[in-house]
Design a protein around this ligand. Structure first.
Ligand code: SF4
Length: 165
């Protein structure tokens, strides 16, 4: 994954946890049968069934689905780490814009909460994304994962045992 373009999930993990970003980018995966993951799979299988889902672009970003009026959607279970989701969607808009696809907006859907949030890309966001992409490359180029503080959601992370036991 190191030599490929940055994915939306890597941008998401950049905000969630930089150690997780490193593990994920080095293809270190842990079996995760947590309630969270099971719930995510069920949500994916049962929501927006009439839409074409998981639209892969350039073998790099995977958009959950598209709807009328040029809206790309990202489906999430909860608003707990909303900043990460917002930047993931801004990155999708940036990625499309760099390929000449403009005039799209993003929407984060929270079907379990019956809520949603519109996401747009500003010029400042584009500059910020370029910095983020450079930082992601720096982090994942390291031989070892960065040290990070324990977070309140570490116990529900698939890498918990890897990090703390
Ligand atoms: S357990 Fe915590 S520190 Fe370790 S990868 Fe997961 S979120 Fe990051």
């Amino acid at each position: 994954m190191l030599n490929k373009e940055i994915t939306g999930m890597q941008v998401y993990y950049y905000f969630v946890c930089k150690k997780k970003l490193w593990y994920f980018s080095h293809e270190i995966s842990m079996e995760d049968n947590s309630e969270n993951v099971v719930l995510g799979k069920i949500l994916d299988e049962t929501s927006y069934k009439n839409k074409s889902k998981h639209i892969m672009i350039d073998d790099t970003i995977s958009i959950d689905f598209l709807s009328d009026h040029n809206i790309l959607h990202e489906v999430k279970k909860s608003r707990k780490i909303e900043e990460a989701s917002v930047w993931q969607v801004k990155y999708y808009l940036y990625f499309l814009k760099k390929r000449g696809v403009e005039n799209f907006k993003g929407k984060i859907d929270y079907p379990l909460l019956k809520q949603s949030k519109i996401v747009e890309l500003t010029e400042n966001d584009e500059k910020q994304i370029e910095k983020i992409l450079n930082e992601i490359i720096d982090i994942i180029s390291l031989d070892l994962p960065v040290k990070v503080e324990k977070k309140k959601f570490c116990k529900t992370c698939a890498y918990y045992e890897f990090c703390f036991i």
